[in-house]
Design a protein around this ligand. Structure first.
Ligand SMILES: [Zn+2]
Ligand SMILES: [Zn+2]
Length: 295
């Protein structure tokens, strides 16, 4: 059911009966239509994509950068299953259990409390380490991706003499990129894990982990709106994926609620696991759109 043939010179799809490429004028009379049906973009969330038809490696440095940073997401954007929440819960149960056993069955209650507390702290620290390293990996990948998208828009605009038309979007994207590069700092995961054992300092760890996802998500959202508009000016049309923005979480409100109702902490930790999951999946939807339209 193939209904086009790809120009070997510029990659443009032309009708099967075309003699000349509609884009570059190359003679394509003898070009055979591809044997397989046109590849469809894979549904997001599978870490897969299909390059645009007519893709030829090495045509554009920026495009190659986009492709490789999107491919990186398989390693960097880890969707953490919700059962990670079990880790600190097991710690709490151990704390209560050890304390109860040693208080009721021996006179050495404090040993049980100490052992239980240590177990809780260790399991909690494992979760913190995981959350911080995951955040770091995503920060690293995204700065490369944003830069590649800016360069790609600039390249396409230059080819088509449309630099003036996208100048505004490019400068906005660049300032978002710059802002992100100093506001979205990687954190030392080991240091943060140690801090999570120490009163007051552990609140700082929670503060950083709580405020990052919303701010990062809004920044990326603004960036993609600019990118989408600029790309449409140079003939790359990306449909808007339905974008579920993250809710803003107030560290101080969550801290106060937790101090009043201790179990609220479980919900709080749940948001730290799941908000980034939602962000990744929304971001992948945009990336899949972009990948399927790259020329
Ligand atoms: Zn052509
Ligand atoms: Zn992101």
């Amino acid at each position: 059911m193939t209904s086009y043939k790809v120009c070997p010179n510029c990659g443009r799809q032309n009708p099967v009966d075309a003699q000349w490429c509609a884009s570059c004028g190359n003679n394509i009379t003898n070009v055979a239509p591809p044997q397989q049906a046109q590849p469809q973009p894979a549904p997001y969330g599978q870490g897969q994509y299909q390059p645009a038809p007519g893709y030829q490696p090495g045509q554009s440095g920026a495009r190659q950068q986009i492709i490789s940073s999107v491919q990186m997401r398989v390693q960097t954007d880890e969707v953490m299953p919700i059962w990670w929440i079990v880790l600190p819960l097991v710690g709490v149960l151990a704390l209560v259990g050890f304390a109860a056993i040693t208080i009721f069955w021996s006179g050495w209650g404090w040993i049980g409390i100490v052992v239980g507390l240590l177990l809780f702290l260790v399991l909690y620290a494992v979760l913190v380490y995981k959350l911080v390293t995951r955040q770091n990996e995503h920060i690293k990948r995204e700065i490369v991706l944003r830069t590649a998208i800016i360069n790609y828009v600039r390249e396409k605009a230059r080819e088509q003499y449309k630099e003036q038309m996208v100048a505004g979007q490019i400068s906005t994207m660049e300032s978002i990129n710059q802002e992100a590069s100093y506001k979205e700092q990687e954190n030392n995961a080991l240091l943060f894990t140690i801090m999570s054992f120490i009163p007051i300092l552990n609140l700082y760890v929670l503060y950083v982990l709580t405020k990052f996802p919303f701010e990062h998500d809004s920044r990326w959202h603004t960036f993609t709106q600019q990118a989408q508009y600029a790309l449409s000016q140079v003939g790359v049309n990306i449909m808007t994926p339905s974008w579920k923005t993250l809710p803003r979480r107030s560290f101080w409100l969550y801290l106060i609620i937790t101090l009043i109702i201790g179990v609220f902490m479980i919900y709080w930790l749940y948001t730290l696991i799941d908000d980034p999951n939602d962000h990744y999946q929304a971001q992948w939807a945009f990336e899949d759109q972009l990948m399927s339209q790259l020329r």
